[in-house]
Design a protein around this ligand. Structure first.
Ligand SMILES: NC(=O)c1ccc[n+]([C@@H]2O[C@H](COP(=O)([O-])OP(=O)(O)OC[C@H]3O[C@@H](n4cnc5c(N)ncnc54)[C@H](O)[C@@H]3O)[C@@H](O)[C@H]2O)c1
Length: 438
């Protein structure tokens, strides 16, 4: 036990990562872990694998790797399971997604081919553009939840896992707002029995995970765990939850650039963002109801970082537009353009242009890995409910009701590292620095 009274259970035994959706992000994650395990590649982009953490004063020279500082599951101990509405195994799905080279996939063909998805909980109205038949039938939504709970238990036994985590990397569901059925555990469970139309498939997975004692991370912008019923359930069952929407691409850039503009007190007239994207995610988001879910998650970022109400002269009246255009030739290789109209001293106008030729799943896969590994750490450290310290990974970080989220990437990183220091009873890093000068 540390000075803070935190006891972290060791990361002994296998960690099962249950992926909802075995599409581009999930297969890029699985392939990456298998490639790193075999020494074929490096886990670039993963803080748990490559990041260090400073302890004590700068003059102490102590900056261990994060994975040597806190007990994390090792990649060698990770096994994957998945659900998808298509029956393709991870090798075929990765081939279809077209993110990774065939020459790489062939080297890890065996574990990828062995990963076949379990039948999914799916309802067409939530994701209109895709049609699969690897789908569970059930008498009610509660019946479907119970089938997932049985899948989870079977997977844990068959794969001999000590612990599990679940990550939602399935398609973005249509936009909905919280309603009565989401507001308490009782209402939600009654809604499951009654197959309430406002309970989304993603919520059924989250319910099944929490009831099974399995942490749940939401990589898409769906409402999913952002409802009182699920938050209360997670607290009641001592299970960590977090979300939502992996912070990659354009929003990552926004949360790097906007804090810099604010730090220098430079004003903003407008920020126009557009993307062309040709993968299945892009196809799903081409539907206006699914795009609305994504748009809400992407738009909130700037208002929070720039603190519109605190700095009305600089940020009180900027226009912020976000577009995603489905353009098949680009596949997973998205192009994100940002045009930023700023103003400086005496109101003189300037422009910044960013053209980010990024690879969506290459950016998202290490985030999914880190989230799984850190959610497992959180559970072994006795943390439950909303895990705000993992805001670093999300476009729309989940926070306690009434608390605004931190979007600034550097504040998020500090929050994450200070949480790790806290767990281990180390001093926080304040960056005050006076101790070095007489
Ligand atoms: N790649 C990124 O940079 C990024 C960033 C943020 C969020 N996301 C989100 O991550 C998710 C996955 O992205 P992707 O590029 O892998 O998409 P994808 O379309 O390649 O894969 C999603 C998979 O989920 C499956 N699916 C849909 N509904 C399901 C359900 N109810 N149960 C089980 N499986 C289901 C689909 O059949 C598909 O195979 C999307 O919601 C996307 O918006 C991705």
């Amino acid at each position: 036990m540390t000075e803070n009274g935190v006891e972290i259970a060791p990361a002994d035994g296998k960690l099962g990562i249950l992926l909802v959706g075995l599409g581009a992000v999930s297969t890029t994650l699985v392939a990456g872990v298998e490639a790193v395990k075999r020494g074929i590649s490096q886990p670039v982009g993963s803080l748990t694998q490559l990041g260090t953490i400073r302890l004590g004063k700068r003059t102490d020279g102590k900056s261990p790797l994060i994975k040597d500082f806190v007990p994390l599951a090792s990649l060698d101990d990770i096994v994957f399971g998945a659900w998808d509405i298509f029956t393709d195994n991870a090798f075929d799905s990765a081939t279809n997604a077209g993110v990774l080279d065939r020459s790489l996939l062939d080297q890890i063909g065996e574990p990828l081919s062995a990963l076949t998805p379990m039948p999914a909980v799916f309802e067409q109205k939530w994701v209109k553009r895709i049609h699969g038949n690897n789908v569970k039938a059930g008498k009610s939504k509660m019946d479907l939840a119970e089938q997932l709970i049985a899948d989870i238990a079977r997977f844990k036994t068959e794969k001999n896992c000590a612990r599990l985590v679940m990550v939602w990397a399935a398609s973005t569901e249509i936009y909905i707002e919280e309603t009565d059925v989401h507001r308490s555990i009782e209402a939600f469970e009654k809604g499951l029995y009654d197959s309430d139309p406002n309970i989304a498939p993603s919520m059924i997975y989250a319910y099944a995970a929490i009831k099974s004692g399995v942490p749940f991370a939401n990589g898409a912008p769906n409402l999913t765990v952002d409802i009182p019923a699920i938050v209360q359930l997670a607290e009641q069952h001592n299970v960590p939850i977090c979300g939502k929407d992996f912070k990659t691409g354009q929003t990552l850039m926004k949360t790097i650039i906007a804090p810099g503009l604010k730090a220098r007190m430079l004003g903003l007239d407008g920020w126009y963002s557009t993307n062309i994207l040709g993968n299945r995610d892009g196809e799903v988001l081409d539907d206006p109801e699914n795009f609305k879910t994504k748009e809400e998650s992407k738009l909130s970022v700037l208002e929070h970082i720039l603190q519109t109400e605190v700095y009305p002269d600089l940020y009180g009246d900027f226009s912020h537009v976000v577009r995603i255009n489905y353009y098949p030739p680009r596949g997973d290789n998205k192009e994100g353009w940002d045009n930023i109209d700023i103003f400086g001293w005496l109101g003189y106008k300037m422009q910044i242009k960013i053209d980010f030729l990024c690879r969506d799943s290459i950016l998202a896969a290490p985030l999914a890995l880190d989230l799984a590994i850190f959610m497992d750490l959180a559970q072994r450290s006795g943390m439950k409910g909303i895990q705000e310290w993992l805001s670093f990974y999300f476009k729309a970080p989940q926070t306690a009701p009434g608390l605004y989220p931190e979007h600034d990437l550097f504040i998020q990183l500090m929050k994450l590292k200070n949480t790790l220091r806290h767990l281990k009873g180390e001093d926080m890093i304040t960056h005050l620095g006076r101790e070095y000068y007489g």
